[in-house]
Design a binder for this molecule. Structure first.
Ligand code: FES
Ligand SMILES: [Fe+2]
Length: 382
């Protein structure tokens, strides 16, 4: 079924509208968001083949540090080994499938709580009691499977496809553009977790345009990063970028909560006040704003639900600054207010996408990243 998904579920005519140049393009058809079989196609063609973000290196700074992650129904553990290597392993015991570890922490090995099989931090088997009578049981080849992983700008990416093309080289232009933000040196602080009852692409679309600042964020973002100034470059890689420069006419009393933290010192003048939103497709979302970085981790659950974890990341120096806590509180409050406005937008969009009367809509010139994402999505799904 999945290999024929697109033409069976989505009308070729509607897909052709999405493929038009931006000036004439529409959104993806509603069924691309609301169909269970399209979602199954996404699992096969996108989620199991593309690079997905598992976490940050600063979550496991020391040898033996680990955190667990449930990704697309798979049970993983991300661990820094005694050799300092970061690995992403299955945390499903090779004996009878119990979880060998839960939560996060620091350990010298993973000892399965069920029958005490023990694994080294590289996944190899260290011990399996009373298995001496098991004919042909090979301790050397019995190990927790390791998934492909790659580090990019402080994030740990994982890929279920052992033959996937490396991610880093495809993101070189993005790294270059954002070099001054020194993202790889930042420390992530988790801000909030949301159970999000709508398709993951609704949020990606919402995250990647500032057009909606004029309405849903008229009292939060529009006074500091007006929609009209937002712009996006053309690019070749699997990502989209949105620049949101600061307003030329500051509104009295509209304090910018993004502007109060200690600075990197590496930012160019025009970067200091500009909010940037970036998406590494399919769904790694982050937004550097001068001295801090918002990071949205999407964990898809079903076609109509995902878990969203929002993190704020800061330069290490900021964490040591006396005014840091107040600034962070302000920033997190602001993030919450903004995200609640976005939740409202996403929920009403989701209801509309599920209504009988809506098929697809025209895009504004301010929605280029959505167009870029749609072209990428269509290419993968076709
Ligand atoms: S299931 Fe892990 S040791 Fe038996
Ligand atoms: Fe928004």
């Amino acid at each position: 079924m999945p290999h024929q998904v697109l033409s069976q579920v989505l009308s070729p005519h509607h897909l052709a509208q999405t493929r038009q140049p931006l000036e004439r393009a529409t959104t993806l058809p509603a069924e691309a968001f609301t169909s269970q079989s399209v979602y199954e196609g996404e699992i096969e063609r996108i989620f199991l083949r593309e690079w997905l973000c598992a976490g940050r290196i600063d979550q496991i700074p020391d040898a033996g540090d680990y955190f667990t992650l449930d990704l697309l129904g798979d049970k993983l553990v991300v661990v820094r080994g005694t050799d300092e290597q970061i690995r992403v392993l299955s945390r499903v015991c090779r004996h009878r499938a119990a979880e060998v570890v839960r939560g996060a922490g620091n350990t010298r090995s993973f000892r399965c709580p069920y029958h005490a099989w023990t694994y080294h931090l590289d996944g190899s088997l260290a011990g399996a009691p009373y298995m001496d009578g098991a004919a042909g049981f090979d301790r050397k080849t019995c190990r927790l499977p390791e998934l492909r992983s790659e580090l990019w700008e402080g994030w740990i990416f994982v890929n279920f496809d052992p033959d996937a093309t490396p991610l880093g080289p495809r993101l070189t232009p993005l790294s270059r553009t954002l070099a001054n933000y020194r993202m790889s040196e930042m420390i992530a602080v988790e801000t909030a977790t949301f159970d999000s009852p709508f398709n993951w692409k609704v949020l990606v679309d919402n995250f990647m345009e500032a057009y909606h600042h004029i309405a849903i964020h008229h009292d939060t973002f529009e006074p500091i990063h007006p929609a009209a100034l937002s712009h996006s470059p053309d690019n070749e890689g699997p990502y989209a970028l949105l620049f949101m420069p600061p307003t030329q006419t500051p509104v009295p009393g509209a304090d910018n909560p993004l502007g109060n933290l200690p600075r990197h010192g590496s930012l160019a003048e025009d970067e200091i006040g500009t909010l940037v939103a970036a998406a590494v497709f399919p769904f790694h979302l982050f937004a550097p704003s001068g001295d801090s970085l918002a990071w949205y981790q999407i964990l898809p659950q079903t076609f109509d639900r995902f878990t969203l974890r929002i993190f704020s990341c800061f330069p290490r120096a900021a964490l040591e600054n006396a005014e840091f806590e107040d600034s962070v509180r302000m920033l997190q409050e602001f993030t919450k207010v903004v995200h609640h406005q976005d939740i409202q937008a996403c929920e009403t969009t989701w209801a509309g996408l599920n209504s009988r009367s809506f098929t697809q809509g025209r895009l504004s010139r301010l929605e280029k990243p959505i167009w870029q994402f749609n072209q990428w999505w269509l290419e993968r799904m076709s």
